[in-house]
Design a protein around this ligand. Structure first.
Ligand code: MLC
Ligand code: AMP
Length: 497
């Protein structure tokens, strides 16, 4: 039995998940995911790593489906529930998914795809609610388990493949370091097509017998309503979310603010990551909630790698120390270790490190050193024993709202717009979003009069996720270029100052 499913046997009737106004025990999760695994398998004994996509709202159904795909021997491909058709099609085609499990509410979005492709569609609502399970295959821990899409320095996102063993290593290092237990209760507010929500929240909670409450959509007032009920004691989010929670708290009357502070002071732990946590946000949160945020550093390819200590000094502006089982080195451009106190690229080794980029053997080889260290592209320095992230070695990677976004991917889409001749996308510093996506555009002269920014903005969200859309456009006659004719992105940034 898969270790994560076997864990459920330890906690049987204890509440695992609260969603849609209902509570589900670990036994429910094991039984209902086992039954769904049988449905997915039909007459087969083992899916043998067939890719199974799923588009299900955060909640019990999501975790049931994820566990079902794993128990059937498939590779789970979670689709983002807010992505438009072209982004979903890209993932479905790239993974060559032959099965999709989908909630009825997303059928309309994907119907055009289903018209043209042979894919088995399992309607989630059609699954009979029973605990009957027939035999399930034995799954070796080295088998592929999950494909998550990440933007990189290529224009199309790459599928990051992790094995069951990788996932177990990513979960267990956090369970021990952050002292998860079956008395914990975490609130999940994160999207479920990325590691932050999948590993740090759901994975750790289900592994340790903790409870997890889901909300269907991100909502600041719902978060505080749930905090006020007094059952939740763990929270994990990106810096933008803490920024939004602070903004809300600051609008409250002093007595309401104080009440919420009393509630939040009782939390066991609040964690922040996926992007740099501004010191100002950490300090304001401490003042408003009485909680010193634990900042950690991670990546889709790694899960989490570096973390401030659960017990000990949580240092503002620093991501802490390597997690147990994760080896870290800082290296120069020749992949030689830098001297103590000098900045270098973070490279990582450990069981937590992913297997490969899906069907991209060259990209996989390129991203590892010859002796097997994963090159993160992030630059860090060690000061008084703690790692501090200084930036990335590619200006074309933008982090906005905790999402990693490729400037090149957005540029490629913008160039398809009929009035745009050329463009350059960059991220500019922003205290709320980390970086704000902006675009300098060269509009074809004869189309300048009819050009309308709102129309462009409406058009782009039909092509790509709305969190990837530029928030500001600047019309320029030409893009700043160097003597070689290459666009100078730092000069593009200056145009927006
Ligand atoms: C949305 N808006 C933005 C924006 N995204 N504005 C600027 N920049 C952005 N990036 C605007 C919208 O246009 C809208 O404005 C308003 O914000 C609300 O939009 P929304 O789409 O409803 O956003 P919201 O639901 O509020 O989402 C914000 C968020 C979300 C912070 C909750 O971005 C989020 O869930 N981020 C987490 C991503 C994550 O999990 N990353 C982890 C990756 S794994 P208007 O004017 O129309 O109202 C990883 C590894 C690791 O990184 O270390 O963890
Ligand atoms: P993703 O590919 O979406 O998983 O994003 C991973 C990237 O997020 C890392 O490579 C870092 O650039 C960034 N990141 C994650 N956590 C932090 C952090 N605490 N501080 C700064 N950057 C971070």
């Amino acid at each position: 039995m898969l270790p994560i499913v076997a864990q459920a046997d330890k906690f049987k009737d204890k509440a695992a998940i609260y969603s849609d106004g209902q509570s589900y025990s670990f036994q429910d999760l094991k039984n209902k995911s086992g039954h769904l695994a049988n449905v997915i398998l039909q007459d087969a004994n083992d899916l043998k790593e067939a890719r199974v996509a799923f588009m299900i709202n955060p909640g019990f159904g999501y975790v049931q489906t994820l566990w079902a795909i794993w128990q059937a021997g498939g590779v789970a491909v979670p689709l983002c529930i807010t992505h438009p058709l072209p982004s979903l099609e890209y993932v479905l085609e790239d993974t060559e998914a032959d099965i999709i499990i989908i909630s009825a509410e997303y059928l309309d979005t994907l119907n055009p795809y289903f018209q043209n492709k042979t894919i088995r569609v399992i309607l989630f609502e059609s699954i009979v609610d029973t605990n009957n399970i027939t035999s399930l295959p034995a799954i070796n821990s080295t088998r592929k388990a999950l494909i998550l899409y990440t933007s990189g320095t290529t224009n199309k996102p790459k599928g990051v493949v992790t094995t069951h063993e990788n996932i177990e290593a990513q979960i267990t290092t956090l369970v021990s370091s952050w002292e998860w237990s079956n008395t914990d209760h975490v609130l999940c507010v994160l999207p479920l097509h990325h590691v932050h929500g999948i590993i740090n929240v759901i994975g750790c909670a289900m592994w340790s017998g903790a409870s997890c409450t889901f909300i269907p959509h991100f909502s600041v007032s719902t978060i505080f309503d749930l905090f006020s009920e007094g059952n939740i004691n763990l929270f994990m989010a990106v810096p933008t979310i803490y920024f939004k929670l602070i903004a809300f708290l600051e609008t409250l009357q002093p007595e309401n603010k104080d009440q919420l502070k009393i509630v939040m002071q009782k939390f066991r732990l609040m964690v922040c990551g996926s992007a740099a946590l501004p010191v100002s946000v950490m300090e304001k949160w401490d003042a408003l909630s009485g909680q010193k945020l634990l900042e950690r550093y991670g990546m889709t390819e790694l899960g989490m790698a570096i973390s401030n200590p659960y017990r000990g000094d949580r240092r503002a502006g620093y991501v802490g120390l390597p997690l147990p089982g994760v080896s870290i080195k800082l290296v120069d451009e020749s992949y030689e270790e830098v001297n103590e106190g000098e900045p270098g690229e973070i490279i990582v080794k450990g069981k937590n490190v992913f297997l490969e980029y899906w069907q991209k053997p060259e990209a996989t080889v390129e991203t590892f050193t010859s002796d097997g260290w994963f090159k993160t592209g992030d630059i860090a320095i060690v000061e008084k024993g703690y790692y501090r992230i200084m930036g990335r070695n590619s200006i074309d990677i933008i982090k906005s709202g905790g999402y990693k976004i490729s400037a090149l991917e957005i540029e490629e889409v913008l160039r398809l717009y009929d009035s745009i001749d050329d463009c350059a996308v960059v991220g500019i510093n922003d205290v709320e979003w980390g970086e704000l996506i902006v675009a300098a555009i060269v509009v074809i002269p004869e189309k300048q009069i009819s050009f309308n920014e709102k129309e462009l903005s409406d058009w782009i969200v039909q092509k790509m996720a709305s969190y990837k859309k530029p928030r500001k456009y600047l019309m320029v006659d030409e893009l700043p270029r160097n003597a070689m004719g290459k666009v100078v992105k730092n000069d593009v940034k200056k145009l927006f100052e």
